[in-house]
Design a protein around this ligand. Structure first.
Ligand SMILES: [Zn+2]
Ligand SMILES: [Zn+2]
Length: 174
């Protein structure tokens, strides 16, 4: 299982492979470590039955970086790459359009759109934490799509925490 998360202390993006067998994950830039919580990963056999650690497929039960237990599944598609391909295709089609090359113009536009679709389909799925945005690739377990209500709930919670932090009060447990 691979985790990609923003380091809670320095904010840099950290990617770690094999987190299912690690006791803690550390940021290579500031060395801040995050302990992998006990019981965060359940191991399941081929039929989904619980097995000993390391014996089957790791299943994520909660986020490893923050206490959040809600995650959603989405394609692990780098959005910047997708947009970059479309922009490059559009720029190239402007050139061919200026030269009055009608067929190459449309071929480029359709071609780049097609590349995007194929890339999207080939990309593996990953699970994302609603609260801190940590991404997990190769994690079994709850496979639910994005839910706007849950997202909104966590967004409000973040805002409340930020308000409390600004006011210097400890956050309420709710
Ligand atoms: Zn760091
Ligand atoms: Zn999280």
């Amino acid at each position: 299982m691979r985790i990609t998360y923003a380091c809670p202390s320095c904010g840099s993006t950290v990617a770690v492979e094999g987190v299912e067998s690690a006791a803690a994950i550390a940021c290579p830039r500031c060395a801040a470590a995050v302990d992998v919580p006990a019981g965060a990963i359940a191991w399941a056999g081929p039929g989904g039955e619980p097995v000993g650690p390391g014996a089957g497929e790791p299943r994520l039960r909660r986020c490893l970086v923050c206490p959040c237990t809600e995650l959603f599944t989405r394609k692990d598609f780098p959005q910047r790459l997708g947009v970059g391909i479309v922009v490059a295709g559009f720029a190239a089609s402007c050139v061919t359009w200026a030269w009055r090359l009608l067929v190459p113009t449309f071929a480029i536009l359709f071609g780049t759109a097609l590349i995007d679709v194929v890339l999207y389909l080939l990309m593996p799925e990953c699970q994302t934490c609603y609260r801190c945005g940590a991404r997990y690739r190769g994690a079994g377990g709850q496979q639910e799509g994005f839910d706007l209500e849950t997202h909104e709930k966590h967004r409000q919670q973040r805002l409340r925490l930020a308000e409390h932090a600004a006011a210097g009060r400890p956050p309420s447990p709710t």
